[in-house]
Write a protein that binds this ligand. Structure first.
Ligand SMILES: Nc1nc2c([nH]c(=O)n2[C@@H]2O[C@H](COP(=O)(O)OP(=O)(O)OP(=O)(O)O)[C@@H](O)[C@H]2O)c(=O)[nH]1
Length: 130
């Protein structure tokens, strides 16, 4: 079981979303930036580290959302999503095929990694309640 943290990074009414490249596992799927928690590492520390590595971005890690357990064909993950804040919209694209700011109501148009689908659904439901 992989333990993976991911960041739902807000700036105004947009969220930062990322497309995996064709050499990564789950090629071309869209995801929230993040990665594997290392042995002995605190999840929030892991998330700040991954975001710095992948995007050269500093974030404020906030509320934890419900973790998602998903069994892919070759591996299983527990995905721990965190609501995060960004002070600026700037980032450097270091590993992904594409990274962009997107409005929540547009998130359903993307081909998400399967583990992320319940997280995206929850975000869309919450925004519709506001
Ligand atoms: N970062 C991230 N990974 C996700 C998400 N959803 C999801 O199924 N995953 C899967 O979780 C696994 C870990 O992701 P990763 O490859 O980004 O981890 P990492 O940066 O630590 O990897 P590496 O250093 O081994 O290359 C991948 O197989 C990825 O497909 C998500 O929203 N964000």
């Amino acid at each position: 079981m992989l333990h993976v943290v991911c960041a739902i990074i807000y700036n105004d009414d947009e969220i930062l979303i990322a497309q995996r490249n064709d050499k990564m596992a789950l090629p071309l799927k869209w995801e929230f930036p993040g990665g594997k928690v290392e042995k002995g590492e605190d999840k929030k520390t892991a998330l700040r580290r991954e975001i710095k590595e992948e995007l050269a971005m500093e974030i404020e890690v906030g509320k934890a959302l419900e973790p998602v357990i998903y069994h892919y064909q070759d591996f299983s993950i527990t995905l721990y999503p965190y609501v995060c804040g960004a002070l600026t919209k700037e980032f450097i694209k270091r590993e992904h095929r594409e990274i962009r700011w997107e409005k929540i109501e547009n998130l359903k148009k993307y081909d998400w990694a399967a583990a992320d689908v319940p997280v995206v659904k929850k975000l869309i439901t919450e925004i519709n309640k506001m």
